[in-house]
Design a protein. Structure first.
Length: 305
């Protein structure tokens, strides 16, 4: 009965997050024409769609639940740089009959993600995330946002879009503390580590609005595929810098498969997009790879690297 009750709560959270996803995706749909791909997709859409993970990680850190914070922070990168990019590539090819080709300026995202990945390598070598790493990661994130704002354009923002974003974000704010406790309860009941449950379940809920908005943009017009990918990178830059920086404030031990999987997924995302194209075959491989990585994390969740 207890497990059934937890699952019912999870389904309710799932429904409400879907509602939030729809509101957020509609609210930011027109921003690209006003602000350009980098600012609209990478910063605005990326930040909004990373809001669930941000709040979940923040609540977990404040409650000193480092395992949940780490799993939630890296889970988004694992799922979106594998399954997320994979599904966008497949859907784009089916819709437009060709490989997804990147447009505009996306090199900044690749550079920042590379810098963040270097920090992850050092953290893995030392076996922990601490406030010193946090300071460096926060600095990288500030650099990224500032550079995109400088290159952004200005225009009139629709009031309705702002209201949709505020309502959608409000739903996430209310649900985040509840979701952290739900993950903790499911871990206690099942005997599975909180970090793995966070890695597996947080993306399911937290990435709904990101996946939905990215697919909608990619299928709406040919150049939308590039904006969808940039929004993924913008969101995951926040995960790999700001969110892991928050985790580091709680002195979290990272000697396990989770941060390593995040690093691998970052490198995969960089390698796949570096040539400016995302093919149907690459999409299939990335989609399968996500489940392989999730399985590996489950098998080795009690081992150190």
């Amino acid at each position: 009965m207890e497990l059934s009750y937890l699952l019912l709560q999870f389904l309710l959270v799932l429904f409400l997050m879907l509602l939030s996803a729809e509101l957020l995706s509609r609210g930011v749909e027109d921003l690209e024409r006003v602000m350009g791909q980098g600012l609209a997709g990478g910063v605005i859409l990326g930040t909004l769609t990373a809001l669930p993970e941000t709040l979940i990680v923040l609540v977990a850190v404040l409650e000193h639940k480092g395992g949940i914070a780490l799993g939630s922070a890296v889970g988004g990168n694992v799922v979106l740089f594998t399954l997320g990019l994979g599904l966008v590539a497949i859907a784009y090819h089916l819709k437009w009959g060709e490989s997804l080709t990147m447009k505009g300026d996306y090199k900044r995202e690749l550079l920042v993600m590379t810098l963040a990945s270097i920090i992850l390598v050092v953290s893995l070598a030392l076996g922990d995330l601490n406030p010193l790493f946090s300071a460096v990661l926060f600095s990288i994130y500030v650099y990224y946002v500032a550079s995109r704002i400088r290159r952004g354009t200005r225009g009139k923002i629709n009031v309705k879009s702002v209201m949709e974003v505020l309502v959608g974000g409000g739903i996430v704010i209310v649900l985040s503390p509840y979701f952290v406790n739900l993950i903790s309860d499911m871990a206690t009941y099942s005997g599975i580590s909180q970090t793995w449950i966070s890695l597996a379940l947080t993306p399911v809920v937290a990435e709904l609005e990101e996946g939905m908005s990215a697919l909608r943009i990619a299928l709406r017009y040919p150049a939308g595929g590039s904006t969808a990918v940039v929004s993924y990178f913008g969101s995951k830059i926040q995960n790999a810098t700001f969110l892991l920086g928050l985790v580091g404030l709680d002195f979290v031990d990272v000697r396990g498969p989770f941060l390593l999987l995040a690093l691998i997924s970052n490198l995969i995302g960089i390698a796949i997009v570096r040539d400016g194209k995302l093919t149907f075959a690459e999409g299939l491989i990335l989609s399968v790879l996500y489940f392989v990585m999730l399985y590996v994390a489950f098998i080795f969740q009690f081992f150190s690297i």
